[in-house]
Design a protein around this ligand. Structure first.
Ligand SMILES: [Zn+2]
Length: 478
């Protein structure tokens, strides 16, 4: 293995701004007139910050709400196209690239999965890939994703169907965007849901929330068979196709056991570049909080280094305006996997607030006390001790003054300080002697999720659930 093969060439910031992950810290790309829309200037500052952190690539999901015929000619779709093309331009201005990922076949605001084994639905899938890739001529990379949501079990669809149809779409991408790299995703157990997601005889591919878990059903026989099929078909993908494969075929990308993917990653790397797409490592999709999951993050980088010649991967975020520290740490984890995450955090806060910023670091991991998807840290403190430390953190944050920094930041450093201060006070109050949980629930909701007040009947219960979980966690902590 050459040094070049070891060097991460793609350090990707994946901002998932899908319509089910709306919050105050994520751009609202779907509801003009509601809060949290980003101007082009906001995007430019964000991209400049990411470039400064060391990211090489910005990634976004062309989510099903856009991946449909109706969106293409709608005002929303036209503005989305305009703005994402502007973002592509900003990434190039700052020496970065842009990658778009899309599920192979999931389409429309209701997240219906079209069946590639039905002629008319396959025509629609091809039409959508063709139309959308022609809209973003500046793209540097296009990823084909199995689903989550999405996947088909109708009309004989299996993981092999997803692989074979991806070969065809990859060819289409290469014809439309000859300079763009193609990335083929294995996400899931592997290939999320294909042939295994529960779809009754009446199904027309509708998204059914309660059936999503069936898409993760693991079988070693299926995994081996489908991965062998990938190996056999790699030669049919365009030259240089990258394969996204985690260390494990499970939702946390964990190696070990029957779902260990390391041998497959190494086998693919014999002929094609590989990357991780380790989604829950940084944030998960649960309660919005400042995160600090860095021991596991750096350990995962070292595991990847030991497993196969990975050439990068993603830092996922649904909160680019709150978890800038995570972005900074994640970029560093790819470049220097042996770094001490605490030292990296100190560097981050010292850059923003001078030496006084260093004080923040010892308290920051306490935000991770609440369990969530991808969070493995346990808080060893008593409730009283936790309360005392969070109150101290709030006091420190109150006094911090932003330095004049040459590292661009989005939003401003002082706005960032105020957001972290809000969460420090909230956690201090929630763990206090007799919290007014109703009032604190409202304060959290109004700060983080108020956009949902303007979206009555929004189908995704995630925001309500996440808020309830936060309150329940503290209410039950004796
Ligand atoms: Zn099908």
């Amino acid at each position: 293995m050459s040094d070049l093969a070891m060097r991460p060439t793609s350090i990707i910031f994946y901002n998932n701004f899908a319509s089910h992950l709306l919050c105050a810290y994520n751009p609202n790309m779907y509801y003009p007139g509601l809060p949290h829309r980003w101007s082009d200037e906001d995007w430019k500052t964000c991209v400049r910050m990411l470039a400064g952190f060391g990211f090489t690539t910005f990634e976004f999901w062309l989510e099903p709400r856009m991946f449909c015929r109706e969106a293409l000619d709608s005002d929303l779709g036209i503005e989305y196209t305009r703005q994402m093309n502007a973002v592509i331009g900003f990434t190039h201005d700052f020496g970065m690239k842009t990658e778009l990922i899309t599920g192979l076949a999931t389409s429309g605001a209701d997240w219906r999965t079209l069946c590639p084994n039905l002629d008319d639905e396959w025509r629609t899938i091809r039409f959508l890939w063709d139309a959308w890739t022609k809209r973003f001529t500046g793209l540097d990379s296009v990823g084909i994703f199995p689903g989550d949501p999405g996947a088909c079990s109708r009309h004989g669809c299996t993981a092999e169907t997803y692989i074979d149809k991806s070969v065809e779409i990859a060819g289409l991408i290469r014809r439309n965007l000859p300079r763009a790299e193609v990335e083929f995703h294995t996400w899931g157990p592997p290939f999320f849901g294909w042939g295994i997601i529960h779809m009754g005889p009446e199904s027309r591919g509708e998204f059914i929330g309660k059936d999503q878990a069936s898409a993760w059903t693991f079988s070693k026989e299926r995994a081996d068979k489908s991965m062998a099929h990938v190996l056999a078909r790699l030669k049919d993908f365009p030259e240089g196709t990258v394969v996204a494969i985690n260390l494990g075929f499970n939702s946390d990308g964990n190696p070990g056991g029957e779902s260990d993917a390391r041998a497959w990653a190494a086998a693919i790397a014999e002929t094609n570049p590989i990357r991780t797409w380790d989604y829950s490592l940084t944030e998960g999709e649960g309660t919005v909080l400042p995160h600090y999951r860095f021991d596991r993050l750096f350990e995962r980088r070292r595991q990847e280094r030991d497993a196969a010649p990975y050439s990068g991967g993603i830092c996922y975020s649904m909160t680019p305006m709150l978890n800038q520290l995570t972005a900074f740490e994640a970029a560093r984890s790819f470049r220097i996997p042996d770094s001490d995450p605490k030292a990296v955090a100190e560097e981050f806060f010292t850059r923003l607030f001078g030496d006084a910023g260093r004080e923040v670091v010892q308290y920051f991991p306490l935000f991770e006390a609440m369990p969530g998807w991808g969070s493995y840290q346990k808080c060893a403190l008593s409730r009283d001790e936790y309360h005392g430390k969070m109150a101290t953190l709030a006091t420190i944050l109150e006094d911090l003054k932003p330095c004049v920094v040459d590292t661009p930041f989005h939003p401003s450093v002082d706005e960032y300080r105020q957001e972290i201060l809000f969460f420090a006070r909230l956690c201090a109050d929630l763990s206090g002697p007799s919290p007014d949980y109703d009032a604190l629930r409202r304060a959290y909701w109004d700060r983080v999720y108020r956009i949902y007040d303007a979206l009555p009947g929004h189908p995704d219960p995630r925001a309500q659930g996440a808020t309830d979980e936060l309150i329940r966690f503290f209410a039950q902590w004796q």
